[in-house]
Structure formats: structure tokens, C-alpha cells
Ligand binder design. Structure first.
Ligand code: MN
Length: 231
């Protein structure tokens, strides 16, 4: 096979304890999946899960023990952090039932759904797509994937984000409105999941702005934490 120009490199993440990397296919994101975050965004009540996507090359692979640099993006005055548990799919499928969903999971990672909130809000107001607020370059810093068998009891893990050493977000994975298995059931009814897909499962309350120079540290109990600086 030859191409009219060189194809881009495959976006990938490191895997804990392995030399091989995890190749990324798509990045699905769940909106408003913690009650207290839904409230802070002005919504109440359980609604069916909804999804948006980021391109695979929006990932910044945050290597263990390093501080990744993430560029402050263009066009925004209000760049928000959203700390999230990331689910990595190892076995694809469509119409996966929640009871079978865990067999499709390769592992888990800590990620950030960076958001140009001012642009997202403007698009919401106009009833337009969120892409410009959510799917820009470097909008998905994600750490190493921990294989599911080594990740411990992820369902009861704590999730947290600190900015410059101060707590901004702190919650528990068991507060997800749609849990991991239910999310996979809903998602795979709409799209055929593929090995290499990532699911950003939603953020808890406490989202807020960051500025150039800020250092962000994200963690989920049992997974490799991430550290990055906005530059
Ligand atoms: Mn999010």
C-alpha cells in the first residue's frame, strides 16, 4: 500500500508493565454523568446518557512519573479541567449488555476532558455542535493504562484533581449516574465498539478554569496518576 503522503502516526497510550502501547481508535465521552456536576451545569434528574467524541490525536499521552506540557488552546478565555476515569476497550462489539460489558474492558486510566467552556456554552445556547469546545488538539491528556486485572476495585475508587496543590475535584467512581457497564451498553447500541476505543466516563463536580503555568495532578485510586502543566 502506498499513500499520496505519509499517514499520521497511530495515537497511543503506554500500558503499565508492558513495552507495547495501546493504539487508540476513537474517544467517546459521556456528558453530565455525576449528579453534583449536572447540578453545577444547571441540570437535575436522571436523563439517558449522551455522548460526544474527541479525535484520537487529541490525546496527550502522559507518561508515568513525568510532567506533560499542554498548550493553552486558541480562542478561549475559559479553559476548564474535567477529571475523568477513562475506560479502554480491548474487545469490540455492538449491543453489548451491561452484564457482559466488563469482558470488553482492557483496562483503565486517568484522563482530563479539557474544555473550552466559553465556546461550548455559546454552542449550547445556539443549539450547535460542541466540537469547538471539546474536540481540539491536546484536549485529552491521559495517563498510562492499567490492565483491568491489576486495577483493583475501580467501582469504589476515589477520583480527584488538584491544581497547584489545592483540591479542585474529589469524588468517587460509585457516584457515576450511569456506571461503567451501563455506559458500555448504551454506547454500543449506537456505535460498534472497537478494540482501541477509549471512553471518558464523565467528570464529578468542581470543574473550573486553569491558566498558563498551572500544574494539574489527577488521580484515581489504583491507577497511575497524571501530572501536567499548562504552557
Ligand atoms: Mn467530560
Amino acid at each position: 500500500m502506498s499513500y499520496v503522503f505519509n499517514p499520521p502516526a497511530v495515537a497511543s497510550l503506554p500500558v503499565l508493565g508492558r513495552g507495547e502501547r495501546f493504539p487508540i481508535h476513537r474517544i467517546y465521552c459521556v456528558g453530565r454523568n455525576y449528579e453534583e456536576h449536572a447540578k453545577e451545569m444547571g441540570f437535575t434528574g436522571r436523563e439517558p446518557p449522551f455522548f460526544f467524541l474527541k479525535p484520537a490525536d487529541a490525546v496527550v499521552a502522559v507518561e508515568a512519573g513525568s510532567t506533560a506540557e499542554v498548550e493553552y488552546p486558541t480562542l478561549t478565555q475559559n479553559l476548564h479541567h474535567e477529571i475523568e476515569l477513562v475506560v479502554a476497550i480491548g474487545k469490540g462489539g455492538k449491543n453489548i449488555k451491561a452484564a457482559d460489558a466488563l469482558q470488553h474492558i482492557y483496562g483503565y486510566a486517568v484522563g482530563l476532558d479539557m474544555t473550552r467552556r466559553d465556546l461550548q456554552n455559546e454552542m449550547k445556547k445556539q443549539g450547535r455542535p460542541w466540537c469547538i469546545g471539546k474536540a481540539f488538539e491536546q484536549s485529552a491528556p491521559i495517563g498510562p493504562i492499567t490492565p483491568a486485572a491489576q486495577a483493583g476495585n475501580i467501582v469504589n475508587a476515589e477520583i480527584s484533581l488538584q491544581v497547584n496543590g489545592a483540591d479542585r475535584q474529589r469524588s468517587h467512581i460509585n457516584k457515576l449516574i450511569w456506571n461503567i457497564a451501563e455506559t458500555i451498553e448504551h454506547l454500543s447500541a449506537a456505535w460498534e465498539l472497537q478494540p482501541g476505543d477509549l471512553i471518558m466516563t464523565g467528570t464529578p463536580e468542581g470543574v473550573a478554569a486553569v491558566v498558563k503555568g498551572d500544574v494539574l495532578e489527577g488521580a484515581v485510586t489504583g491507577l497511575t496518576p497524571i501530572r501536567l502543566q499548562i504552557v
